[in-house]
Design a protein around this ligand. Structure first.
Ligand code: B12
Ligand code: SF4
Length: 570
């Protein structure tokens, strides 16, 4: 669906590639990365690598993919315990809601053996401890059980593991604490390794004898997501990112970034990169260092900027801080920037944006040949259209269009675990449990479905998003762009119209039935936020687990209360 159309199948995610790279870098080249979107029929219970069941089965998931994640874990647990791999769960869902990866249902005790609530070095520390304890010929799973019984895992912050019967419902979950973050991202393993481990797309339940060859990478995954920086100086209350990064802005050095793009291009012919940044322009001097290096970088006698194009996420505020250097940003290979505009009037959230500032930032980006790609949030108190002022959704989309937006993202504010406002969205009875008898599934927490709203007619919110998209992506606008004045980015705007119209049809197809259920069905709401069904504690018996949910009471000024009560992710 919009706005992520093609990003699912044409962009192998960085998280699993990073884990794969870390495994290869540490001497475990017999690792395979299987993407659900390419290998829907894959069954862990049938996997074999080099004729034997692997020692480790790892699964990575965002919150919205958690159902499929649990299905895979359940299937892996079908393997006879004598040969069963150690099951490790990780990724954003494990970071924010690790307790969800364990089952409290005695009829279906299908949890992971351990959840990693951190990054690659937490996993490597775990493997290191297990290998140091493992006897000759002993399985990793058996070494793990001994390690946890001896307390050897408790010194690795960033794990949640169950205590009790190995195959039954855990008695309790032990949380070893918040991960220690890697500060210098240059220490990360080379991301080139990960691509070599990808399983070829297929309809088979089993693994192929070989991973994909280097020459197929570009065709299957033409856009490459790369880690450049992490973190953001803002602290929007609906966003979990600053807290996840422990308020740090972490980055790779400019030299390392240039080298990595060059190597990915050389090895696989990759040309298009998407930075996994939260706010790439977060720090002006550091940004300038990166873009200057990329603009000058020359490998094998060829300028890097002629070979690669990169794109990432920034804020309006920081784009204006960089306004005198946007040409340099373009010359370093940047061709599009996604900007969290959220609400141009800054009524919903103020991070230094306004109509004038957004317009200025967009104009400057376009003049420099960089496509401005705004991301907006629709919320309960925003009308579809307002007669006076610019508060309405359509008013703002019109302004963005005039300011030169090349694409558009409109998502509904949706509860996001790890944010300050998460719990009270549930206790405030805004979160929908089911509509017309259809339960809200984790996969519907993607911002495209209205799953939390105190509006009298939540279906209207669903409809508003579609109308908003249709006012931006439509044949008339495509014609206007084609026949209008040619600018540095107008051909890209025309291309985005085609993608957008196709995406809109998919979005209508996927969300229309939900809108109907919201309109005609009975809406049932949740009153409590998700929590661990299994008792959870820290390694010190009396202390609460860091990753167990807490209730935070936040009092906002009356005017903002209604708008701010729905946190969003992304
Ligand atoms: C790029 C990105 C996207 C791209 C992804 C394109 C692609 N195919 O890769 C696009 C734009 C499509 C996208 C869309 C969405 N995204 Co997004 N996205 C990101 C972003 C900015 C970077 C992801 C990334 O590549 N990170 C770099 C890699 C290296 O880090 P990583 O994935 O976290 O993996 C590390 C650890 O988690 C861990 N790990 C990961 N897997 C595993 C597995 C094991 C076994 C272990 C041990 C460890 C482990 O180790 C990895 C290396 O350090 C993150 C925020 C962030 N800065 O991470 C959000 C983020 C992943 N997105 C998020 C969300 C919610 C969404 C959306 C639902 C949109 C929305 N409403 O905001 C959609 C969903 C789309 C869909 N249907 O799948 C959330 C997920 C929250 C959650 N609780 O699950 C994040 C974390 C942002 C946030 N709010 O904090 N996103
Ligand atoms: S929403 Fe964007 S600007 Fe706000 S804290 Fe998160 S990453 Fe930063």
């Amino acid at each position: 669906m919009l706005p992520f159309i093609f990003a699912d199948t044409r962009m192998a995610p960085a998280g699993v590639r990073a884990i794969g790279s870390a495994m290869v870098d540490s001497g475990f080249p017999k690792t395979r990365i299987v993407l659900q979107q390419w290998n829907k029929a894959f069954r862990p219970s049938q996997m074999q690598l080099d004729g034997r069941i692997p020692d480790l089965f790892m699964v990575s998931s965002m919150g919205l993919h958690s159902e499929r994640c649990m299905e895979l874990i359940r299937d892996a647990r079908r393997i006879d315990p004598a040969h069963r791999p150690l099951i490790i769960a990780g990724g954003p869902h494990a970071v924010y809601q690790p307790y969800d990866l364990f089952s409290a249902n005695p009829d279906d005790p299908m949890g992971a053996d351990v959840a990693v609530t951190g990054e690659e070095f937490v996993l490597l520390s775990l493997i290191e401890v297990l290998l140091s304890l493992r006897a000759d010929g002993e399985s990793m799973r058996s070494a793990f059980f001994r390690a946890k019984a001896s307390g050897a895992l408790d010194a690795i912050p960033g794990l949640v593991y169950p205590r009790g019967d190995h195959d039954g419902v855990p008695e309790e979950l032990i949380d070893t604490g918040i991960q220690r973050l890697l500060g210098d991202l240059d220490e990360l393993p080379d991301s080139v390794h990960g691509y070599r481990l990808l399983e070829s797309p297929s309809g088979h339940a089993t693994l192929a004898s070989r991973a994909i060859s280097a020459d197929r990478v570009r065709k299957l995954s033409p856009i490459s997501s790369v880690v450049l920086t992490f973190g953001c100086k803002f602290a929007c209350p609906y966003c979990p990112i600053p807290a996840y990064n422990q308020r740090q802005h972490r980055m790779k050095s400019s030299g390392r970034i240039a080298e990595e793009l060059y190597r990915l291009n050389k090895e696989y012919g990759l040309r298009y990169f998407f930075g996994a940044d939260d706010n790439f322009f977060n720090n002006k001097s550091r940004t300038l260092d990166i873009v200057e290096t990329l603009a000058k970088a020359n490998f094998d006698g060829v300028d890097l900027r002629r070979k690669v194009r990169w794109h990432t996420e920034v804020t309006v505020h920081d784009t204006l801080q960089m306004k005198d250097h946007l040409q340099l940003v373009h010359d370093s290979g940047c061709r599009a920037l996604w900007l969290g505009v959220e609400d141009m009037t800054a009524t919903l959230v103020n991070k230094g944006q306004s109509v004038d500032k957004t317009t200025e930032a967009f104009n400057r980006l376009r003049s420099a040949g960089i496509c401005p790609m705004p991301m907006m949030m629709h919320h309960d108190s925003q009308p579809l259209y307002s007669r006076k002022g610019n508060y309405g959704l359509l008013n703002q989309i019109k302004l963005l269009r005039k300011a030169g937006a090349v694409s558009l993202q409109v998502l509904m504010m949706t509860p996001s675990a790890g944010t300050k406002l998460y719990e009270q969205t549930f206790t405030g009875k805004q979160v929908i449990n089911s509509a017309g008898g259809k339960p809200v599934l984790p996969s519907m927490y993607d911002g495209n479905y209205v799953v939390a709203s105190s509006h009298r007619f939540p279906a209207l919110k669903q409809l508003n998003m579609l109308i908003g998209y249709a006012s931006f992506y439509n044949p008339i606008r495509l014609l206007t762009i084609l026949l209008g004045r040619k600018t540095k980015v107008s051909h890209k705007a025309a291309g985005m119209q085609l993608v957008g119209m196709y995406g809109l049809l998919q979005t209508i197809r996927r969300t229309a039935i939900w809108a109907a259920r919201l309109t005609f069905g009975k809406i049932e709401r949740l009153t409590e936020s998700p929590s661990s069904a299994i008792p959870m504690r820290s390694v010190v018996k009396e202390e609460t687990a860091c990753h167990s949910p807490v209730n935070v009471t936040i009092t906002l000024p009356k005017k903002k209360r209604r708008m701010m009560s729905l946190p969003v992710a992304g």
